[in-house]
Design a protein around this ligand. Structure first.
Ligand code: AMP
Length: 399
């Protein structure tokens, strides 16, 4: 049992850093409430214990202080719906007299949502005075915002210094994220396959380098695969390529070889005559793409090769799509890989899907509940897999 699960919140005011940075449409309606629902178990456990909850979050990237567009007040109605029969109040500021008064008046079983933390520049600067002011609002600090755990901001990290070790902890969401990530990085059952895709090699270099010391197999798909082919002197036509990363691609291939890690590149591709949904398409070898054509998805041979590796794995980490899955014509690779990961999971493998677009892909194909864990923290998960210590995790663990 974890610290959070065994902690009795009765009569406590829990100050929870949540990640309510949800997408809103032009009518300020929430278009995807995953981040809110993900933290409900944490809030509900505290309320069930007889504690009260003060929620703090950021929303968007406000530049010049309070802006209606980025106000967390737009979330109150939905928060009430999610919590059911619970009194939910809103403070028009996250520090200041209103926040102090409303937190002080909060009764057991009630919730207070504070206004956007990023209306103060001090939040992102990790300002000590601002963090201390926030800390005064509650008597227990709970960090449940894995999505911002890679930021050393006032509410995500600095604030933890104002609570003793027995009054700061991870919430259930954060705990689940950390446990799954640690399982994959530090105690992966072998064979361990990492599937890395997406647009650019440059975004994924650090992850690949870190995984070279851990994975048995690394599958490289998506736009980044073509840099690896061109680096080996192959024709990739007009496919995406980062020429300046070619030496690095060769280094990765050499290092993998010396470490005995199998790197799998897509042997064939679905190619298109333009980057568009109505492009003409055909299939060809990824290492011989004619000029004027570009690889926008992995082909069937690649799907079959990758599937074999995936189905033979005991641990799977997936970050990044295999192709331009936003367009139907280039969806097959990503969908097939998602299905293969789901199948491997049903046969006992542990699978973690992390990082924005692969998460969007498993959701799009309705496979989120067929993999072991879908991370809510895009950037944070990426940095974790790059081998970095996340400030939000370190701050809570610090005694
Ligand atoms: P990332 O954010 O780096 O994971 O990249 C995700 C993006 O990569 C998605 O928007 C995909 O459409 C894009 N992508 C995947 N494969 C390709 C490709 N072969 N060519 C161009 N873009 C791609």
């Amino acid at each position: 049992m974890s610290f959070f699960s065994t902690y009795n919140f009765s009569a406590k005011k829990a100050l929870i850093r949540v990640d309510f940075n949800v997408p809103l449409n032009e009518n300020f309606e929430i278009t995807d409430d995953t981040r809110m629902t993900a933290t409900m178990p944490t809030i509900k456990k505290i309320l069930a214990d007889g504690g009260s909850v003060i929620l703090m979050s950021h929303l968007g990237r406000p530049k010049d202080g309070p802006t209606d567009k980025y106000s967390l007040k737009h979330l109150v109605i939905h928060l009430k719906t999610l919590l059911g029969d619970v009194k939910v109040d809103f403070a028009n500021d996250c520090i200041g007299q209103e926040a102090i008064d409303k937190s002080a008046a909060l009764q057991s079983g009630e919730v207070l949502l504070l206004e956007n933390l990023r209306f103060y520049k001090e939040e992102e600067k990790g300002d000590n005075t601002f963090a201390e002011k926030l800390s005064k609002l509650g008597n227990v600090y709970v960090n449940d915002a894995f999505g911002t755990a890679h930021r050393a901001h006032a509410s995500t990290a600095v604030i933890a210094d104002y609570f003793p070790a027995d009054k700061k902890m991870f919430g259930l969401l954060m705990e689940a994220e950390v446990i799954s990530a640690e399982k994959v990085l530090h105690s992966a059952e072998k064979p361990f396959t990492a599937i890395i895709g997406g647009a650019k090699v440059s975004d994924k270099i650090l992850i690949i380098e870190n995984l070279l010391n851990r994975a048995t197999d690394i599958i490289i798909g998506g736009g980044m695969a073509y840099t690896f082919w061109k680096a080996q002197g192959k024709n990739i036509g007009n496919s995406l390529c980062e020429d300046d990363r070619m030496p690095l691609a060769l280094e990765i291939l050499a290092k993998a070889k010396s470490l005995g890690v199998n790197i799998h590149l897509p042997m064939d591709s679905t190619i298109a005559d333009k980057f568009a949904a109505d492009a003409q398409t055909t299939n060809c070898e990824s290492y011989g793409i004619p000029s004027g054509w570009m690889g926008l998805d992995i082909g069937q041979k690649a799907v079959d090769d990758f599937k074999e590796v995936i189905l033979n794995s005991k641990t799977i980490l997936w970050n990044g799509p295999m192709g331009v899955f936003e367009m139907e014509k280039f969806q097959n690779g990503t969908k097939s890989i998602a299905l293969a990961v789901a199948e491997a999971t049903s046969k006992g493998a542990f699978s973690l899907v992390g990082g924005g677009d692969s998460v969007a892909a498993v959701n799009m194909f309705h496979l989120a509940d067929k993999v072991s864990y879908v991370s809510t923290g895009g950037g944070a998960m990426l940095e974790y897999f790059e081998g970095k210590e996340l400030p939000g995790i370190a701050a809570v663990k610090k005694v």
